[in-house]
Design a protein around this ligand. Structure first.
Ligand SMILES: [Zn+2]
Length: 185
């Protein structure tokens, strides 16, 4: 389009010059040659004008397609924005649950005596699985290593915090059911 417009500007300039030369022609030949140049330029300008009009028609035809595509892109952007917003509110909800859980954890931790928390965290940092485990049949149920009978008696009293000498888990003891219950089970 710009190329045609440039060509037409050049033609207009050439046409002006040719008209000027017409007045100063010395011979009939020169005059006729200038006239035919003027005709040629006029014909060329007419062709250029036709091409420009054709391009304008094409622009008119493509305009609705461009509008449709623009509409589709805008819809797409809106859908993405809705998606971002819904994810943001989902994230906000999760963040809220997390801070609720954190507050509950701190409340519970505050209710437990501090040395116990320290002992718990020390073991949790070192070992996978449960931190507080039962002693059964003179063995630690965390690492399944057997414990000396004297040590088991200490745990049995449940009077102080006792760690397994092998895996360091915190131990506790539950008295087995009575002899009758044991016989039945
Ligand atoms: Zn153990």
């Amino acid at each position: 389009m710009r190329q045609f417009e440039r060509e037409d500007e050049e033609d207009a300039e050439r046409l002006g010059k040719a008209h000027g030369r017409l007045l100063s022609c010395k011979t009939n030949e020169e005059y006729r040659a200038t006239l035919s140049e003027i005709d040629y330029i006029k014909a060329h300008r007419s062709e250029t004008e036709t091409k420009i009009l054709e391009h304008l028609d094409q622009l008119d035809e493509t305009q609705p397609i461009v509008e449709q595509l623009r509409g589709e892109v805008e819809e797409h952007i809106k859908a993405l924005e809705r998606d971002v917003n819904s994810r943001q509110s989902e994230f906000n909800g999760l963040e809220g649950s997390l801070s609720d859980a954190e507050a509950r954890r701190q409340k519970i931790a505050a209710e437990v005596e501090s040395p116990w928390i320290k002992a718990y965290q020390k073991v949790r940092g070192n070992r996978p699985g449960d931190v507080v485990v039962r002693v059964e049949k003179e063995s630690c149920l965390g690492c399944h290593m057997s414990l000396p009978p004297q040590f088991v008696q200490e745990v049995r009293h449940n009077s102080r915090l006792t760690n397994c000498p092998h895996c360091l888990r915190i131990l506790y003891f539950v008295e087995p059911a009575s002899a009758d219950d044991a016989a039945r089970s």
